[in-house]
Ligand binder design. Sequence first.
Ligand code: UD1
Length: 419
Amino acid sequence: MVHGGAALRGTVRLSGAKNSALKLMAAGLLTDEPVELSAVPRIADVPVMADVLRGLGARIDLDVEAETCRVHAVDEPSSEAPADAVTRIRASISCLGPLVGRTRRARLPLPGGDRIGARTIDLHLRGLRAMGAEVTEDPGVVEVLAPDLHGASITLDFPSVGATENLVMAAVLARGSTHLDNAAREPEIQDLCRMLVAMGATIDGIGSPTLDIEGVEALRGVSWQTCPDRIEAGTYAVAAALTGGHVRIERVRPADLTLPLLKLRAAGVEVIEEPDALEVRAGELGAVDVVTLPYPGFPTDLQPQLMVLLSQAAGTSRCTENVFESRFSFVHELVRMGADVVVDGHHAMIRGPAPLHGAELTGLDVRAGAAGTLAGLVAAGRTVVRDVHHVDRGYADFVPRLVALGADVVRVAAADLDA
Ligand code: UD1
């Protein structure tokens, strides 16, 4: 429950990246030695991923307070993943590559997660087939058999984050070399590739759209610190700018946020970059145009938050969503709060500034839930964001961190709200 009006001020120290930590955990399946991860964010998807890995036979030691997770797949993992946990998070699909790499087979129920578009896995499967795997898709389950997993030359139709990760994790233990073109190069993928190299993998081209991987016999254990969460950083930066505030954000790599920071500055926000921190100070907000694209393009995971900011900026902004077709479903909620946004296919036109008023928001995904909360920070009256378990999937300590910055936000049990 949010009451708008407060300008956010102070310092917030952030977590390791959701989209890295979950994949690093899955990569623990690739070796019989322990993988010790630090800066593992306190988000709800982490214990679910831990359950998936336990279900596959790995020993997991997760210390939520210390933000550490040790994955030890000492015995060969079972190739059959537990359906209940897998269907709860999208990231469980990242067990596919490691299982195929280590055990040459996998049977996975198809994953859950946010409903923000088609989110198929055809590119993952096409790549594995090129590497010699036999893939069968029954309704709701995918089965992969690859007794002779070998390198291949693969060009992805689209630089998919998930497909790149899975193919890399299969290729590091495949026979021979794999050439992966049009690969995704998100900072989280670079983090994964660098950890794999520290485990003994051979990967060239990290950070570029072309990866060359030479399969090895076995990988060893490693201690690894998860990279910072650029989406979380971007969310707090928007919150500061939106509320007329001034916030210092720590544990960030500004270089991972080049385009979001460029757009914030173009919208009139003052941003000071330090090696591992950002200082964000609000200014007179003006319209900007933004197009979501795979990294280094503007991240789709920051689009709903930016849209809230643009609803408060003077002038007409245009936003084009190219990654997930249903990401604009959040716009309806924002319009109900008073925003002036018109959607035409994957384009949105935002006219601002439009005063927002509180509303009840529901059925939001992780990013839309965060964006709805931000909208509440500048709305008149009371905003209720329902189903905040979605936000918990991607943001550690979201409410306490906002409160520490001066926001009027409380977490209320649904039953108490309705009473
Ligand atoms: C990951 C992130 C998600 C982020 C997204 C884009 C996780 C758990 N999720 O999702 O937060 O928003 O990257 O940065 O890490 N596609 C296909 N076929 C495929 C694979 C993808 O058509 O086999 C399409 C998807 O439908 C979508 C686009 O490609 O339109 C992007 O998908 P992808 O990059 O794979 O995103 P995810 O890995 O699902």
